[in-house]
Design a protein around this ligand. Sequence first.
Ligand code: ZN
Ligand code: ZN
Length: 347
Amino acid sequence: MKGLVYHGPGEKSWENVPDPSIVNDTDALVRIDSTTICGTDLHVLKGDVETAEPGRVLGHEAVGTIVEVGAGTRTVKEGDRVMLACISACGRCRYCRVGNFGQCEHEEGGWVLGNTVDGLQAEYARIPFADNSVHSVPDSLTDEQVIYLTDILSTGMEVGVLKGNVQPGDTVAIVGAGPVGLSTVLTARLYSPASIVAIDLSEARQEFARQFGADEAIGPDEAMSRIAELTNGLGADVAIEAVGVPETLQLCTELVRPGGRVANIGVHGRPVELHFETLWYKGITITTGIPDTRVIPQLLKAIQAGTLDPTPFTTHRYALDEMMEAYDTFERSAETNALKMVLAPGS
Ligand code: ZN
Ligand code: ZN
C-alpha cells in the first residue's frame, strides 16, 4: 500500500510501505476513506517530536471502514464505518478509568498514531485497542461532517473551552485563529459567552474567525486595549492560547483578569518565560494538556442536531495519492489560505 513516510527532519515521501496486519488481538485493520493533515504533523516533520522515528507513516485524523478485526475485539466488526480518534485508549489503566485517555499508560495508548505507531495518511492502518478508540459514524453524516471531531474539535473544546472553564457571560480571548483556534471559537460558542475575541496577525485568519463565530477578530497590537474596553479594564475571564510560541502564551497571561483562566493548547517547541513577579498575586489558573477525545459522542450529537457545523474547515480537497501536493498547500497556508484538506481515495 501507499503511505506518507517521515524520513527525518524535513524529509517525507508518499511511497510503497508494507500492508499493515493485526499484531495484537485487540487491533482492527481499517481502510482509510478520508484523511487530513494537522499542524502536529508539521511538528513531527520538523523533528520536534522525539518519539516519532524516521520510517513512521504520519497522520492521526481519519474516517475509514473496518476490514478485519482481531480475535479479542468485542464491539467493532468488518464493514463498520468509523471515526479514528487521534487518541488510542487501553481502557484499563488508571488514566483510562477516569476518561483521561490522552495520558493512557499503555505503550500503544495515548497519542500513538502517526507518532510511535504507523498513522492514517495511508491506504490502510492498524488501529490499536479498536473497541475503545473508534467511534461509529451515523449513515446520515458525511466523512467531512465528522472528520474534524477526531482531533481539532476535541482539542479546542477539551483543552481550550473546558480546561479554561468558559461560562455564560464570559469574555473569552482566543489567541491564534488557525484550525485549532477556530475549533475553540466554534465550541466556545456552545457555552454562550458574552464575547469571543479572536487575535491573530493574519487578516485572512481574522476573517475566518469572524466567519466561524468570533464577535471580533483583531491583531495582537490592539488586543490589550480592546479587551480592557470590553471588561471595564479588568481583563478577559478566559484567555486561550492556540499557537505554541512564547509570545502568545505571554500575551494570554497579560490579557486575563485577576482570578481568570489561561488554557494553553499550542504545541511548544522551546521554553517560555512567564512573569511570575507580576503574576504571583493574581490568582490565575494556567492549564496545559492534550485531548482525551471523550467529547466526540457529545459533539457528534451537536452536529446531528445542526447546532455545530465543522464543514467550513475544508478549504481544499485532494485524491489520496496527491498527498505531497496537499502537504505543500498546507505548509504554505499563509499564501494558500488553507485551513484543512480532505484527502480521499479516487476523489
Ligand atoms: Zn491533529
Ligand atoms: Zn489506558
